[in-house]
Ligand binder design. Structure first.
Ligand code: NDP
Length: 247
């Protein structure tokens, strides 16, 4: 029970990697809060988590909306009186080559991925500062490190998350709060399932470990970064990609 009696908030936790992180934390004894734009899927995830014997709550929260984020943090406090862990996982893609990319698609991806991470971190860090402890895990991407065709908005948002992670880690370290980022490679979720088969095959052949990642792979790394086992690690971006990118 590596997270016994902790309270963890996972944004975009209704499905994909976020749902797996929430389940993984719950199996380690953490109570869970799921925020997502899809309330039905969030409620289903909540039920599954409660079945593991911990408390859970879910809410329809759009991370781009700072007012909604602030109000929803207060609701967490009403139920749990504290928040120990934040995983900024909510993220979207709107791919197109830069010259064809609509301004609205640039704005939306930056708003959800980068501003959403800022909004949630700002709202939650007030509580963590008072508690003089906390763990924040930001889900970045290797695309934020190496760039990618057709993903100018996504790459910029994820690079921004890496820089935000370092800055937040510096600002919060003196109060015992650790902030780290995880940079997954190709993980099998609905987000990547929409890529054409030939692109998926090309990517698989570039992975030294010879397989795509699973949401559980990312969840286990987040668990480490959310637990006391990583108390001396902050401001880092840890790549989890089967060896695709080696610095
Ligand atoms: P999914 O699309 O499967 O899940 C993302 C979740 O976030 C969905 O439940 C989605 O809801 C929710 N969401 C979207 N917009 C918002 C918002 N504004 N506010 C709150 N919740 C929102 O994605 P993945 O699980 O694949 O990705 C999770 C994270 O991991 C993302 O940050 C992604 O960039 C990152 N990542 C993923 C990789 C991969 O290969 N899959 C690789 C590297 C990084 P809904 O579906 O209803 O819109």
């Amino acid at each position: 029970m590596r997270l016994k009696d902790k309270v963890a908030l996972v944004t975009g936790g209704a499905r994909g990697i976020g749902r797996e992180i929430a389940l993984c934390f719950a199996r380690q004894g953490s109570n869970i809060v799921i925020w997502d734009v899809n309330p039905q899927a969030a409620a289903e995830a909540q039920k599954e988590i409660e079945g593991l014997g911990v408390q859970a709550m879910s809410a329809q929260v759009d991370v781009t909306n700072s007012k909604q984020v602030d109000e929803s943090v207060n609701k967490i406090l009403d139920k749990f009186q504290k928040l120990d862990i934040l995983v900024n996982n909510a993220g979207i893609t709107k791919d197109n080559l830069m010259l064809r990319m609509a301004e609205s698609d640039w704005d939306l991806v930056i708003a959800v991925n980068l501003k959403g991470t800022f909004n949630c971190t700002k709202a939650v860090s007030r509580l963590m500062l008072k508690a003089k402890s906390g763990k924040i895990v930001n889900i970045a991407s290797i695309i934020g490190i190496i760039g990618n065709f057709g993903q100018a908005n996504y790459a910029a948002s994820k690079a921004g998350i890496i820089a935000l992670t370092k800055t937040t880690a510096k600002e919060l370290a003196s109060r015992g709060i650790c902030v780290n980022a995880v940079a997954p490679g190709f993980i099998q979720t609905e987000m990547t399932a929409k890529l054409p088969a030939e692109i998926q095959e090309k990517m698989r052949s570039a992975i030294p470990l010879g397989r795509f990642g699973k949401p559980q792979d990312v969840a286990e790394l987040c668990l480490f970064l959310a637990s006391n086992e990583s108390d001396y690690i902050t401001g880092q971006t840890i790549i989890i990609d089967g060896g695709m990118v080696m610095a």
